[in-house]
Design a protein around this ligand. Structure first.
Ligand code: TXA
Ligand code: MG
Length: 340
């Protein structure tokens, strides 16, 4: 059970009502929250993250909230999915209601909505504007960097008070899920069907079981999502995914060349002198630890972080997606290290 400190929640809600930014825990990752009805607060989120202003943010709402206050069209698929998965790590993109600020959607005509299951997030959403408001909250990290899964990670990103950018960090322990929510676009469902914009813990198979049809991959006209950019979710140290059977020889070859490596491994044993993080065989626990592992390995002064490649079943899809993006800008680095 996660204890909810109501004094801290009330303090956070008052700051948010005054237009300030507060980082808060969710079951996926920590969010950098601001009043979704206040364009100044939303712009402050973009500025704090260093994120382009045409990237939409997710609006978080309380369990009692009515999605038709936020969306102009609520298709039957949205009702079925919220009944199955809310509160929880699923974001639905719908047509934005006319009275909702375009700032939350980066000027697009849609809105991303999510009802988190974390008790501190729920308490905050019920306290903020008496439960009638929404909190715009991207992950509480600098643009492109690894998302935070603890309050300490948020402080690593922004400091305790980085020039007043973030007013307060609500602590709710380590995020249970560990990777960001699954994002499903239903804003064009009558013409394009449901489109999976970002995989997460709620798998494409689970969504297909509710909808009776498998979501599509995004086409060129699908809503833009920054979490779908290549080269997102990346630590500062280069990352390379390596098949398990190649990992032992590769570690030996790097050691022979006096390269410093850190290893995130799962089934392969790693020499005891190497910086390493042992991960679970189970996808749920693996996701829970993934960002903490990337952050810890990022602090070892290594030339490269080697990640043992993972299975390809649907429960690994969200994790494989994040690792592929974390490794994206590192293409060719292994070859250069081995050639040196
Ligand atoms: O688990 C999560 O989703 C976390 C926690 C804090 O809730 N939030 C999160 O936010 O990951 P962020 O901003 O880092 O990623 C949100 C993604 C972005 O890729 C954004 O572009 C997309 O959601 N998104 C939000 N609103 C959208 C919209 N109207 N249309 C298309 N994509 C949208
Ligand atoms: Mg993010």
């Amino acid at each position: 059970m996660i204890a909810v400190d109501m004094d801290a929640v009330r303090l956070a809600a008052r700051k948010l009502e005054a237009g300030r930014l507060v980082a808060f825990p969710t079951e996926t990752v920590y969010g950098l929250g601001g009043d979704a009805g206040n364009a100044v607060a939303i712009n402050a989120i973009y500025a704090a993250k260093g994120r382009p202003a045409n990237h939409p943010v997710i609006v978080h709402i309380a369990p009692e909230a009515d999605i038709s206050d936020w969306a102009s069209v609520v298709p039957a698929q949205a009702h079925a999915l919220t009944a199955a998965f809310w509160p929880g790590p699923l974001t639905l993109v719908l047509k934005r209601a006319a009275h909702i600020s375009a700032a939350v959607s980066g000027g697009q005509d849609s809105i991303g909505l999510r009802c988190p299951s974390h008790p501190v997030a729920q308490a905050l959403l019920r306290e903020f504007q008496g439960g009638r408001g929404g909190l715009a909250a991207p992950s509480a990290n600098k643009f492109g960097h690894v998302s935070p899964t603890t309050a300490a990670h948020v402080r690593e990103e922004f400091g305790n008070d980085a020039g007043g950018l973030v007013d307060y960090v609500l602590d709710g322990g380590q995020s249970e899920v560990g990777i960001e929510s699954t994002i499903l676009d239903l804003s064009r469902v009558t013409t394009h069907g449901a489109v999976l914009l970002r995989p997460g813990q709620i798998s494409i198979d689970q969504i297909a079981a509710v909808l009776g049809v498998t979501p599509m991959a995004p086409d060129a006209a699908a809503p833009r999502a920054s979490g779908t950019l290549d080269g997102h979710y990346a630590p500062h140290t280069p990352v390379a995914q390596v098949p398990a059977q190649e990992l032992p020889q590769l570690m030996q070859a790097l050691a022979d060349r006096h390269c410093r490596f850190a290893v995130i491994h799962r089934t392969v044993a790693v020499p005891s002198l190497s910086a390493s993080f042992a991960m679970s065989h189970d996808a749920g626990y693996y996701a829970h630890d993934l960002y903490a592992a990337l952050r810890e390995m990022d602090q070892c002064g290594a030339d490269i972080i080697l990640v043992e490649a993972l299975p390809h079943m649907s429960e690994w899809q969200g994790i494989n997606d994040r690792l592929r993006r974390a490794a994206f800008d590192s293409t060719g680095i292994l070859a250069r290290l081995l050639a040196a």
